[in-house]
Design a protein around this ligand. Sequence first.
Ligand code: M6R
Length: 606
Amino acid sequence: MCGIIGYTGGKEAEGIIVDGLEILEYRGYDSAGIAVSQKDGSVQIRKCVGRVRDLRSLCRKGEIQGTCGIGHTRWATHGGVCDANAHPHRFGKVTVVHNGIIENYRGLAKKYNLQDRLRSQTDSEVAAAVLAHFYNGDPFAAIRKTVLKLKGTFAFGILFEDISEAIFAVRNVSPIVIGQVQEGSMLASDVTALGQYTKEYFVLPEFHVAVLKKEGVELYDMSGEPAEPEWMTVSWDVDKSSKGGYPFYMEKEIMEQPQVIAETVQPRICGGMPDFGVDGIPDNLFEDCKRICVVACGTAMHAGLVGKALMQSLVRIHMDVELASEFMYTDAIVDEETLVIAISQSGETIDTLEAVKYAKKNSAKTLAIVNVRGASVARASDYVIYTNAGPEIAVASTKAYTTQLAVLYLLTGRMAYVRGSFGETEAKSFASQLLLAPEAMQQVLDRKEEIHYIARSILNAKDVFMMGRGLDYSILLEGSLKLKEISYIHSEAYASGELKHGTIALITEDTPVVAVVTQSKLQSKEFSNIKEVQSRGAGVILFMKETFELDKEAAWESVFQLPAMEDSFMVMPASAALQLLAYYVSLDKGLDVDKPRNLAKVVTVE
Ligand code: M6R
């Protein structure tokens, strides 16, 4: 979490850095700050609690000039949310911005007698102090000695007071990308912040030092030997990072789904067959494994659950879905016959990354499904399939989730074919259904005002339950997470059959229930379970496949009929409907939909 940025070049740094922080704000928004190096090497700092817009006003009040600087937007880990804990942190001649966690900061503070000399409660200031301790005019030596002392994760942007107009950067795990821009160079936590200045960038290799100057970027390994950056090209338009006329990114990203799903699926259908030739994935990866294990967090984990339901029933392969944060701490059993699939929008979620490393250490084959090109999870895995969702800025994941689902459908189709559960005709028919998903979702999106109307009935609810079976249950877990995270309404998704084993005690006339019914073989059981909660007074909002017969006698709070696809694909239109439901509740409550409290888009701390 936290976003860092740096610019040095021919222009005033403040505006460029603050604009960049606004783009990175999704990574954390507890406080923000900027440090600008002056011609004489001295460094001016402005920082405050609140959003980047507050920092912008602060900078306006006390002008800050200079063409080289670093900036930070914080998601608090160590030390509360206050001005003193906001970055940048200055200690002696060193000023840093930091993303990550220095686990041994207490020990370091003790070792270097820092306790009474620190102005914040942060681990980051301790790192600045250790750098300052080792700095005697040689920045490389100071950085080298410091990183040897640090335990934990870090991405640092560093200014040394007597080296004007140069930014030093070093990292372990936490990301930094670097680009050369017109008359200067920039670093940032991710490429979206560089997008309007350059399309060429490289990922700073771990334990390498980059020096950013107006003339360009130099890269060195830890022994001081020059190293060659691996340049990459940003694959999405800058325009795609804007709100495009919508009030919130989340709405824009929901509305983009038909297009980005088509862009994810189409290149992977060849001659009508699901095909990963474009990703360079050999079929023996799918043939040789005995079981699959998904590692992921949050929404990405929910995508894995849909994948599991599909794979187990259509490929007949054993598949587990593990919370990445628990994976290695439960001594997960994986071996050379396991295919570990890591799913991550950002590709930077530390738990997912560590799970991939654990899987590799245990000889498993690893396949990443990632949205951000060149991200750590993609680089750490044997193979990668990129979702073509484009930049997802809203903290609540929407289009990243459904493009992950699209890839999981493709994987199901290909695996079923290469392992013999599907013949060619079935594989082709499966692929052709998937190609219809964007249109089915579009039909839901075109009726968004109906869902807006439905959302009003849960606006003031304290608790909302969601119920469904099979695939419907899997997507409700995600629908419920969406509602919780952006509307702050407590919500739980339940497998319908499980409710009466305890939780039904919580159902009253004040507990709205959202039910999804899209699976033919489960519908009669589903409707019976719905009756059970209706009998306890719950008002039920029903999302139902349009071809199913509705019990018109029942007292529905509301009913939304979902465009019909084959049962296995109903997940796609139903997901869009649940996303809109959560979105409109949050919107009508007047909340900051894109930046819900306490959250950050990229979770780079364990
Ligand atoms: O970047 P990742 O997909 O690895 O992120 C994992 C979760 O933090 C993420 O899916 C989170 O649950 C969503 N932003 C919630 O909408």
